[in-house]
Design a protein around this ligand. Structure first.
Ligand code: ZN
Length: 154
């Protein structure tokens, strides 16, 4: 093949972010946190967000050892990179755009489009969405943990 294989490029992005997740740390100054759980796969995420004024000043996440599959970890890595430094309203817009893409809508902006391929694997859609739902919960200041099996809009 001489033309670039887009599917393979996307796969590379996901593998890279799984191996070397960005913002994989606890944010000590976080003033919003959320916990997410995807019981179908066993993914668990703890999200730390520092909101200053109307913007996300810092963001990080952690997953217990062995409690995050490649898709969920790569998605959290790309999500944190995409919203860091952005206005909260823009982050919420990206959340909607990402969720719509996985539901069959238009590709989300930039590298987030790498997850469009996940649509072919319905059981992994919740893995890809987990970090974004945790972000949404953190920005809404929801106290209860997010579960893919209880959130109505998953
Ligand atoms: Zn998973």
């Amino acid at each position: 093949m001489t033309s670039p294989d887009l599917g393979e490029l996307y796969q590379q992005t996901i593998l890279d972010h799984n191996r070397n997740p960005r913002n994989f740390r606890r944010v000590v100054s976080a003033n919003r946190t959320a916990e997410g759980h995807n019981p179908l796969c066993g993914d668990r995420i703890q999200l730390y967000v520092q909101v200053e004024g109307d913007a996300i000043a810092d963001i990080g996440f952690q997953m217990p050892q062995g409690a995050g599959c490649a898709i969920s970890k790569a998605s959290a890595s790309l999500m944190t990179g995409a919203v860091k430094g952005k206005p909260v309203a823009d982050a919420e817009e990206l959340f909607r755009s990402f969720r719509d893409m996985l539901a069959g809508g238009a590709p989300a902006p930039g590298k987030l489009a790498a997850f469009a391929g996940v649509r072919a694997f319905p059981s992994r859609i919740k893995c890809a969405n987990l970090a974004w739902h945790a972000l949404h919960a953190a920005l809404q200041n929801r106290a209860e943990p997010v579960s893919t099996e209880s959130a109505g809009d998953f």
